[in-house]
Design a protein around this ligand. Structure first.
Ligand SMILES: *[C@@H]1O[C@H](CO)[C@@H](O)[C@H](O)[C@H]1NC(C)=O
Ligand SMILES: *[C@@H]1O[C@H](CO)[C@@H](O)[C@H](O)[C@H]1NC(C)=O
Ligand SMILES: *[C@@H]1O[C@H](CO)[C@@H](O)[C@H](O)[C@H]1NC(C)=O
Ligand SMILES: *[C@@H]1O[C@H](CO)[C@@H](O)[C@H](O)[C@H]1NC(C)=O
Ligand SMILES: *[C@@H]1O[C@H](CO)[C@@H](O)[C@H](O)[C@H]1NC(C)=O
Length: 288
């Protein structure tokens, strides 16, 4: 724990946009890395295998959500009812350590990003996770409200409430909160993807980071072959889910397989794009 006399609070320019406060030692020689645990990142191949395992839970939750008629009022005013629902859950999650350093979990209703601060005499070696201040969640929330919610337009529920009820706000909001958390966790892997790519090409990335050459960093991070593979896997998984759901005897509309495929394609495109943004932002703060 830090002694109070050794702490100054500095709201840096990037973090203050999100209302964050950076805790920084006023003694420039302090070893700031010692405050957080040391996490080395897995290899890119391992990370991609983990990401592939996160695909089924996302498509499963999207399938359920697509089968649920919902009340549009929940999403009015930039999703204020949805955020009001999520807020106490995230407060509980926070108390239980869900957003702690290295968990790759970030909340939607408050800012939990306390970036690491390094110095020239105390840099983070390549391959060590380094917390930055960027969260992809505002972008994911906007995508959810503006792109996905209009596609969740079921007129009949397949949620099988025994009382025959069609619209159930808690069931809907619970799925919304689950999907948002899954998407956030999936995109946050961009931070360790970026660290892994950086460690594999330190001399390629370092001058670009120092020159803040965002477009060239993005180019160097992007692998369109890998992206096409992720989108193809998502399409295959969506077909498997809709086929299984229809085979189970659900009285789905004929458009259901197409709709699920469309939703999955949009979600995984967004995941790739937001993950890339997170990778770029992470690297830009690599030497902060
Ligand atoms: C800073 O902390 C790290 C992690 O505990 C340690 O490995 C390193 O030796 C420390 N460096 C200095 C200069 O004290
Ligand atoms: C929704 O958010 C946008 C962007 O922050 C803002 O311009 C707009 O006024 C908000 N709309 C409502 C209804 O709050
Ligand atoms: C729901 O949206 C899809 C497009 O994703 C459209 O094909 C379908 O007709 C819409 N269904 C209803 C009930 O509006
Ligand atoms: C970024 O790097 C590319 C490739 O080296 C170079 O062509 C471009 O001029 C650079 N852009 C900036 C803004 O430095
Ligand atoms: C791009 O991704 C593909 C598929 O994962 C991989 O085989 C290839 O080596 C990657 N290319 C680069 C330049 O890393």
């Amino acid at each position: 724990m830090l002694g109070l006399t050794k702490i100054v609070l500095v709201a840096c320019s990037v973090a203050s946009v999100f209302g964050a406060v950076v805790v920084r030692d006023d003694d420039a020689s302090a070893n700031v890395t010692a405050k957080n645990p040391v996490f080395t990142v897995p290899t890119l191949v391992q990370i991609r295998d983990i990401l592939a395992q996160l695909e089924a839970p996302i498509i499963s939750a999207l399938t359920e959500r697509l089968n649920l008629p919902s009340n549009p009022a929940l999403y009015a005013n930039n999703g204020s009812a949805l955020l009001k629902y999520i807020k106490p859950r995230e407060a509980t999650a926070n108390n239980l350590g869900r957003y702690a350093y290295g968990k790759l979990e970030y909340p939607f209703t408050f800012n939990a990003v306390k970036p690491d601060v390094t110095s020239k005499s105390n840099p983070f070696p390549p391959g060590r996770f380094h917390q930055d201040s960027y969260s992809g969640n505002p972008s994911l929330l906007s995508f959810y409200l503006n792109t996905l919610v209009p596609l969740f337009n079921a007129s009949t529920g397949y949620f099988y409430h025994l009382d025959g009820s069609q619209v159930n706000d808690d069931a809907t909001l619970n799925l919304d909160a689950t999907i948002l958390a899954l998407l956030s966790h999936r995109t946050s892997f961009g931070k360790i993807v970026a660290e892994s790519k950086y460690a594999a090409d330190v001399s390629g990335f370092t001058p670009l980071i120092k020159a803040i050459n965002t477009s060239q960093i993005r180019t160097l991070l992007t692998n369109t072959t890998q992206e096409a593979g992720v989108l193809a896997q998502a399409a295959t998984a969506a077909t498997a889910f809709s086929t299984a759901w229809v085979a189970s005897g659900a009285a789905e509309p004929a458009t259901f397989p197409t709709q699920l495929g469309n939703v999955a394609a949009k979600v995984f495109r967004e995941l790739i794009d937001t993950t890339t943004d997170i990778e770029v932002q992470y690297l830009l703060q690599r030497f902060n």
